[in-house]
Design a protein around this ligand. Structure first.
Ligand code: CMC
Length: 429
């Protein structure tokens, strides 16, 4: 007999089905609860709510496990390329050589952006944040490809939109950077791999050939893989939610970029480096900043610490921490901010406040140090996160569409004023 949960309300007992995932995780299915009992469940911030079933990413926050399509993140970060992982996340299986070649060929084919789009860049203020530009530009892509705006397109059109997004995102990101410098923009070089091409568009100049350092390529490849998906996080849920209204995929991804931008989510990587620099400029008194983070009257938080689901360690942070030492050594970079990061981690991890709340360094704690070492400007860090997360967002959207999920529409418990009559202006005092 299948397992059920029992709930008693006003003396009456109801049985609710239990859904079990392939790793044994369980959920009480409450989808008929309101119809049967008149009650909804309340879970502000969805801390304990499963919004979907998914075959893409498995995560066990207590054990620090992260797998894409069953493959451990440690193995993928060590052995795979980003495009290989993107294919895996999107299609469910690792590609063979021919499939990968075809996948990369399709991405190369779409890497240019329409020349008219360049005019948009001219009108952003020179200090515009690149995440604001990226979100606007990705949404604008839908206006250049009107077929993408019609829901339920044939699969060939959807496929083309997916390739366009993966291909054009690095081009748009690099153009936004070049504009902030006032430098000429670089066209993609389709002889190069995905990561090399991005570095070429970021750091190349029309006057000389740019050759990417293999250590840099390797580091960036790893970081993009570590960011490629993270199940139902704030931005992925946003993409699924926007997509559930049948808005086009460009708009759903643009909304995902906006959600990622926040400092509690992907924007934390920029905040971490700015925080470490502030601590250094302030004299390097780590304990003072740890005390500030613990003080309930002080809004300051230790960026790069804590996670909604990881309550022991973030496996991505462990991989990055190990690589940051190696990469900095191989690049011959001596970053004083890394010493502050190490010291801060040491102090926080011994502190009762952080131990009690299970607050550990997350993926963003060390990623900025690597981005810095390879020359990515601080304000571009979250853009790098977005480039990495793109295959995950698309896969989450695709799964939502293929599973024919209904429009997302949570309920609420209303706590406002009861019905009252309109008061004319003259009687309002
Ligand atoms: N510094 C100080 N205190 C913290 C921190 C922190 N970084 N994170 C959580 N806390 C405290 C919080 O004040 C609360 O204390 P209390 O129980 O006394 O009220 C307790 O720990 C639980 O925190 P919460 O905010 O209820 O937990 P959450 O699951 O809602 O938030 C989080 C998770 C990641 C938003 C939060 O830990 C945070 O703000 N961290 C800093 C921002 C950051 O690094 N974000 C990147 C996350 S990893 C990248 C990604 O995938 O998005």
């Amino acid at each position: 007999m299948s397992e059920t949960a029992k709930i008693t309300l006003e003396g009456k007992t109801y049985e609710l089905p239990i859904t079990t995932g392939s790793e044994g995780e369980k959920a009480i299915d409450i989808s008929k609860l309101r119809a049967e009992t008149g009650c909804i469940t309340l879970d502000i911030g969805y801390k304990n709510t499963g919004s979907t079933t998914s075959k893409i990413t498995f995560l066990d926050g207590e054990k620090g496990i992260l797998r894409y399509r069953g493959y451990p993140i440690e193995q993928l970060a060590e052995k795979a390329s980003f495009t290989e992982v993107a294919y895996l996340i999107l299609n469910g299986e690792l590609p063979n050589a021919k499939q990968l070649q075809e996948f990369e060929g399709n991405i190369r084919y779409h890497s240019l952006v329409h020349e008219d789009m360049k005019r948009f860049f001219e009108f952003f203020p020179s200090n515009a944040h690149p995440m604001g530009i990226l979100s606007a530009m990705v949404s604008s892509l839908s206006t250049f490809y009107p077929k993408s705006q019609t829901p339920n397109r044939p699969s060939k059109d959807v496929e083309r939109t997916i390739y366009r997004l993966i291909a054009k995102m690095p081009t748009l990101a690099a153009i936004s950077y070049k504009y902030t410098l006032g430098h000429p923009t670089m066209y993609p070089n389709n002889k190069l791999g995905y990561v090399e091409n991005f570095l070429h568009m970021m750091f190349g100049l029309p006057t000389e050939e740019y050759v990417a350092d293999p250590v840099t390529v390797d580091a960036l490849n790893k970081l993009l893989i570590l960011h490629a998906d993270h199940e139902q996080n704030c931005s992925a849920s946003t993409v699924r939610m926007v997509g559930s209204s049948q808005a086009n995929l460009y708009s759903a991804i643009s909304a995902g970029i906006a959600a990622l931008w926040g400092p509690l989510h992907g924007g934390a990587n920029q905040q971490v480096i700015e925080m470490l620099e502030t601590i250094r400029n302030d004299g390097g008194d780590i304990q003072k900043w740890v005390n500030k983070a613990k003080d309930k009257d002080d809004p300051f938080r230790l960026f790069g610490f804590g996670h909604r689901v990881y309550k022991n360690f973030d496996p991505r942070a462990q991989i990055i921490k190990k690589s940051s030492d190696q990469i900095l050594k191989r690049l011959g970079v001596n970053d004083p901010v890394l010493d502050i990061a190490r010291h801060l981690e040491e102090v926080a991890l011994k502190d009762e406040y952080f131990i009690e709340r299970k607050l550990y360094p997350n993926v963003d704690f060390y990623s900025g140090i690597i981005y810095r070492a390879i020359g990515i400007p601080t304000r571009m860090f979250t853009v790098m996160f977005a480039m990495g997360r793109l295959p995950g967002w698309i896969a989450q959207w695709k799964e939502m569409v293929e599973d024919k999920e209904p429009i997302s529409r949570p309920r609420q418990i209303y706590t406002g004023a009861n019905q009252r009559n309109y008061v004319p202006m003259s009687d309002r005092g």
